[in-house]
Design a binder for this molecule. Structure first.
Ligand code: BG6
Length: 522
């Protein structure tokens, strides 16, 4: 941060005339340390460190900021700084500038230690106090648990033992950031929630679902609640069905250890897709503060019902070898460290309903998969057909249903499809599309999800973080599905195979075809 932006940051945060609701001014957090456990891991190198750099580059980190890495490596501050620099150069969204880096480098520290090492945690607690004197952090700290869930209990117990989670004892704020997956079913999530809540106060716990940090996802709220156009028709009278797709062309890469235990439903459906459903289906909150927003999401999630018939309302698939972008790729069972007889699903599709006055009877089809033809996430709202069509059947042959498609990524934006007259002497009506593209409408590029969410943690703004009740409601929906698939496993049934590069198994198409519908081809 330059001296000028630092001064500006201070002016903004301490200006008594500033309306705190005015979000046009940059929001700069108070001095603080960000402690990352598992700082040598993938997430940290690919997402967290680049996000910290981007925030620094945008002048959004306070003077008195420290990034403190903790991991089981025999490293000094300098070694970590080198790794962090590489990570920032490779992954940052904004241009790499030596000037920004050298200022940030002064604020980078590393502490070696394993999670069961009392001495290392005593040193960490002491370091946090010393950082106030050396860097002016005022004792504030956010702890990012970028570690396997199995290590949570040990790390949380260490934080409790050393008092570093205690706001009163440290005389400052202490927050914890927990990565998904949060538990592996409802019972384990409840256990974990109880554990985290016994160490940190509920308002200091930030559960990350990085989809909520995406601009396009937040835009769903603007779209629905800032306009008069959509909300009056956003209900069962006008909407036929909703399709939420998160497709990836990548396979599982080097994450076999994690993925074999997790599968597509726990990895993506339970969190990202159900959060997208919640934002699509929720009622209007009284305001956009964390409490009101989460209350509405919780309400709608509690009305989501698992498929009444699990056999016809769920499909699990696994990718087989195939071709993607002109390259031959391996099947899931041939990936490194995957059990050759694995039944882990890499594709999941489910049919859910929301039992509310607004949505009763409207199916929400959710699907996610790896090794699909391309990376795309979208929410498609499909409208009913007009009750009467005063045209001949041939004139409307190429008229489909009206659709509103929110493109979460890539090509961030929105498409509205509707019928229009084809120029000519006939009254022929055909589908046309109207497009809104972020890249064209705005000059500013969107922050990365982790950039936005890290900033919110340091600001103490919890609006975009699911609370534990939401996580538990989501497991309530997923648990019976996982249970059903376990039973099918025991009965010797395999997941449906699909060739890499195809849009999932045929069974997923049949699930919709049985109801007279078809998946959109995004
Ligand atoms: C993560 C999942 O939460 O989201 C990964 O664990 C997935 O399996 C990733 O690849 C996708 O994120 P994005 O932002 O690239 O859509």
């Amino acid at each position: 941060m330059t001296a000028r932006t630092a001064a500006a940051a201070l002016t903004v945060s301490s200006n008594p005339l500033r309306d705190p609701r005015d979000r046009r001014l940059p929001r700069v957090p108070p001095p603080c340390a960000l402690v990352v456990f598992g700082v040598t891991g993938d997430l940290s190198r690919k997402k967290l460190i680049p996000a910290v750099y981007d925030l620094a580059n945008r002048g959004l980190l306070p003077p008195g900021f420290v990034l403190l890495g903790f991991a089981r490596r025999d490293w000094g501050d300098g070694d970590f700084e080198e790794v962090a620099k590489e990570a920032a150069k490779k992954g940052a969204r904004t241009p790499f500038r030596e000037e920004t880096w050298s200022r940030l480098a002064e604020a980078i520290r590393f502490l070696p230690g394993s999670f069961d090492d009392d001495q290392a945690f005593d040193t960490l607690a002491r370091t946090l106090q010393e950082l106030d004197a050396s860097h002016g952090t005022q004792g504030n700290a956010a702890f990012y648990l970028s570690i396997p869930p199995s290590a949570f209990p040990t790390v949380l117990a260490q934080m409790q033992r050393t008092g570093m989670a205690d706001n009163e004892q440290s005389g400052a704020w202490r927050r914890v950031v927990v990565e998904k997956p949060f538990g592996e079913d409802l019972a384990s999530a409840q256990e974990l929630n109880a554990l985290v809540d016994s160490v940190f106060t509920a308002r200091d716990v930030f559960r990350i679902d990085h989809y909520l940090g995406k601009e396009t996802v937040q835009n769903l709220l603007a779209l629905r609640f800032a306009n008069e156009l959509f909300e009056p028709i956003w209900n069962r009278q006008h909407i036929d069905s909703v399709q939420i797709t998160m497709a990836e062309d990548v396979g599982i890469g080097t994450r076999a250890g994690f993925y074999e235990q997790t599968g597509a439903a726990r990895d993506v459906l339970q969190n990202h897709l159900l959060q997208l459903l919640a934002l699509t289906a929720m009622e209007e909150p009284g305001s956009f503060d964390a409490e009101s927003l989460r209350a509405e999401k919780r309400k709608v999630l509690s009305a989501v019902m698992p498929p009444a018939d699990l056999a016809t309302g769920t499909v699990r698939g696994q990718y087989d070898q195939g071709w993607l972008a002109g390259e031959r790729v391996r099947g899931y069972r041939d990936e490194d460290d995957v059990d050759p007889a694995s039944r882990t699903e890499t594709f999941a599709a489910v049919r859910l309903e929301v039992e509310s006055r607004r949505w009763a009877g409207v199916p929400f089809y959710l699907r996610t998969g790896k090794r699909l033809p391309r990376r795309v996430t979208e929410i498609a709202v499909l409208f009913r057909t007009a009750p009467v069509l005063p045209f001949s059947a041939t004139d409307t042959e190429e008229l489909g249903s009206n659709q509103l498609v929110v493109r979460v990524q890539p090509d961030e934006g929105m498409t509205l499809r509707f019928g229009s007259k084809v120029p000519g002497t006939q009254m022929e009506v055909r589908d046309v599309a109207m497009d809104f593209l972020y890249g064209e409408a705005f000059t500013e590029s969107s922050p990365e999800a982790y950039e936005r969410l890290l900033l919110d943690v340091l600001l103490g703004d919890a609006s975009l973080f699911p609370q534990n009740e939401e996580v538990e409601e989501s497991w309530r929906v997923i648990d019976p599905i996982e249970q059903h698939w376990r039973e099918r496993d025991e009965a010797g049934e395999e997941p449906h195979l699909y060739r890499a590069g195809e849009w999932g198994p045929r069974a997923a198409d049949e699930m919709l075809a049985r109801e007279g519908r078809a998946w959109r081809r995004p």
